[in-house]
Ligand binder design. Structure first.
Ligand SMILES: [Zn+2]
Length: 413
């Protein structure tokens, strides 16, 4: 089997350093909030690098940034490759930047080798993947997928009172050399390289993750209503203690859901109780359940199981229970042909590869609903991400970018 052209690893590592300097934190991480001054600097640098190689720079109304490399038929829908440039406030240097700069490296490698593809290949840097400055995350890819802005988006403000429409307008204005293009549009496939942000690849000694999809997430809000009463005078038989019921439910969930299924994730991350006095039996407890699974049917089944468990526990504790769904994002399944290509390309380079699901959200989740999409993961040290200490070994970076390059050429034909 033959391999495609080798990427320029030194160039890619130098680019990662250059972008990590934009919004660099003293602890070695990156603080590059979406649509901030630092984000605009990173976007300008990417646009300049692209222009220098003869790629055409575009941005849409959501400030998604595109670098288009011409082909024999430029009217064909593009093959999109990329990721995002924004970061968490105490983010790492690789989350998003790796996939974006590896995509640039792919375009440059094709250019260096004089390779002409049948259809155009475009790098995309999505706006506001992280969602920590303005909600929701994966904003740019969601707007692209919908071809429109979501209702109420104009009302989003950050913690300093800056508005999303103002910051978006200023960001678009800061890059006048980018041609405007409409939102959305057809594409032949979408490929994204990203760090795993979890420990599985490192633990299993794999270099490449062929990502099969992104697990679904459902948030439930459980309200247990009992009776407020005196802590000193109320005997056990007369208590309708909402806290005692909530604790029993949470303990049962923790003891059953994840131990029974290695793919299930259950987290109770928020709990409030009323009235919240040291000498008063709580009359109401509200807690959250974050439920995740690669299978939508399994999420449905777990919700049914949780709902009946909650009502039984509430009844036996003399309380009432209400379970309300507060968020639901269906799992995404990536394209089987693209997953196979990623596996094949890793195999050709003798990179240990395993299939896996993504535990985190990515822009690819929304692209997969529109057309063929897949992701390539590389390990990160200790599975640590959204952290200034995030680290990927140079050989892992280069392997991931190489597989992205090989897969891009395979798909582009
Ligand atoms: Zn990311």
């Amino acid at each position: 089997m033959t391999c495609g052209p080798a990427i320029n690893g030194h160039r890619l590592l130098a680019r990662l350093d250059a972008f990590a300097a934009i919004g660099a934190t003293p602890a070695g991480g990156v603080n590059r909030p979406t649509l901030s001054v630092e984000d605009r600097k990173a976007r300008a640098l990417l646009a300049n690098l692209g222009t220098a190689r003869g790629f055409t720079v575009f941005q849409d109304a959501a400030a998604n940034l595109f670098l288009k490399r011409a082909s024999t038929d430029n009217d064909r829908p593009p093959l999109l490759i990329g990721s995002h440039l924004d970061s968490q406030p105490t983010g790492g240097r690789f989350d998003g930047a790796l996939g974006t700069l590896a995509a640039l490296e792919v375009l440059e490698t094709l250019e260096d080798n004089g390779i002409v593809t049948a259809g155009p290949i475009e790098l995309v840097a999505w706006t506001n993947e992280e969602g920590s400055r303005f909600s929701p995350g994966a904003f740019g890819s969601q707007v692209y997928a919908a071809g429109a802005f979501p209702a109420g988006w104009q009302d989003a403000v950050d913690s300093n009172g800056a508005s999303l429409p103002d910051e978006l307008a200023a960001t678009l204005k800061a890059l006048p050399e980018a041609a405007e293009r409409p939102l959305g549009g057809p594409f032949t496939a979408y490929l994204e390289l990203h760090i795993e942000q979890g420990p599985l690849l490192e633990r299993q000694g794999a270099l490449i993750g062929a990502v099969e999809g992104i697990q679904g997430t459902r948030w439930l809000e459980v309200t247990i209503t009992g009776q407020v009463a005196h802590a000193g005078t109320t005997p056990l038989v007369d208590r309708r203690d909402a806290m005692a019921v909530a604790v029993a439910i949470i303990a049962q969930l923790q003891a059953t859901v994840m131990p029974a299924d290695v793919n299930a994730r259950l987290t109770v991350g928020r709990l409030t109780l009323t009235p919240g006095a040291v000498n008063v039996i709580p009359g109401e407890v509200v807690f959250s359940i974050d439920l995740r699974h690669p299978s939508g049917a399994e999420i449905d089944r777990l919700e049914t199981e949780i709902t009946s468990m909650v009502s039984e526990a509430a009844e036996s504790g003399g309380c009432q229970a209400l379970v309300r769904r507060s968020m639901d994002v269906a799992p995404a399944r990536f394209d089987e042909r693209l997953i196979g290509i990623v596996e094949d390309m890793a195999k050709r380079r003798s990179f240990p590869c395993r299939r896996m699901f993504s535990g985190a959200f990515h822009d690819a989740l929304f692209m997969a609903r529109l057309g063929p999409a897949a992701m390539i993961f590389v390990p990160c040290r200790g599975g640590l991400s959204h952290n200034e200490a995030e680290y990927v070994e140079p050989h892992q970076i280069i392997a991931g970018a190489q597989v992205l390059c090989d897969a891009t050429l395979e798909v582009a034909g």
